[in-house]
Design a protein around this ligand. Structure first.
Ligand code: RTP
Ligand code: MG
Length: 143
């Protein structure tokens, strides 16, 4: 299986609950390495740009309000099959549908305030990583 990179966001509800470390442990236990990370409070423009594909969806306005309601932690995760692996440990969008033991089953509040984001495919991952990180801000392991 290929080594991939994916973009992960710990969303404002999870940052507010002070569980960044608990979620990082889930990544590490799944064999995903954090190769870049930053905390930031998204502007409306950033949130709208990041979720551009959802612009016409009925929940878009609420989604932008939620994503700008507090700081987020953004990271690049690297590992075997990282995109699918991260989606697997995140669980379904709606925490009520999420498999037991997943991040959303354990920590999400609702279908909207659902604790984490993860890229959904290779093209999305490339776009989303470039949205937040310059190439020199990503630190592959040297040992
Ligand atoms: P994400 O992009 O954040 O990893 O989540 P996802 O693929 O599981 O879900 P997606 O369909 O891409 O939706 C993006 C985010 O919008 C919010 N949402 N709210 N109120 C609603 O019905 C609704 N549906 C989606 C969630 O925060 C979701 O993660
Ligand atoms: Mg999505």
């Amino acid at each position: 299986m290929a080594i991939e990179r994916t973009l992960s966001i710990i969303k404002p509800d999870a940052v507010a609950k002070n569980i960044i470390g608990k979620i990082y442990t889930r990544f590490e236990e799944a064999g995903l390495r954090i190769v870049a990370a930053k905390m930031l409070h998204l502007t409306r423009e950033q949130a709208e740009g990041f979720y551009e594909v959802h612009r016409e969806r009925p929940f878009f306005k609420d989604l932008v309000a939620y994503m700008t309601s507090g700081p987020v932690m953004v990271q690049v995760l690297e590992g075997e099959d990282a995109i699918a692996r991260n989606r697997e440990i995140m669980g379904a969008t709606d925490p009520r549908q999420a498999a037991p033991g997943t991040i959303r089953a354990d920590f999400a509040e609702s279908i909207e305030e659902n604790a984490v984001h993860g890229s959904d495919g290779p093209e999305t991952a490339a776009r989303e990583i470039a949205f937040f990180f310059k190439p020199e801000e990503i630190c592959p392991r040297t040992r």
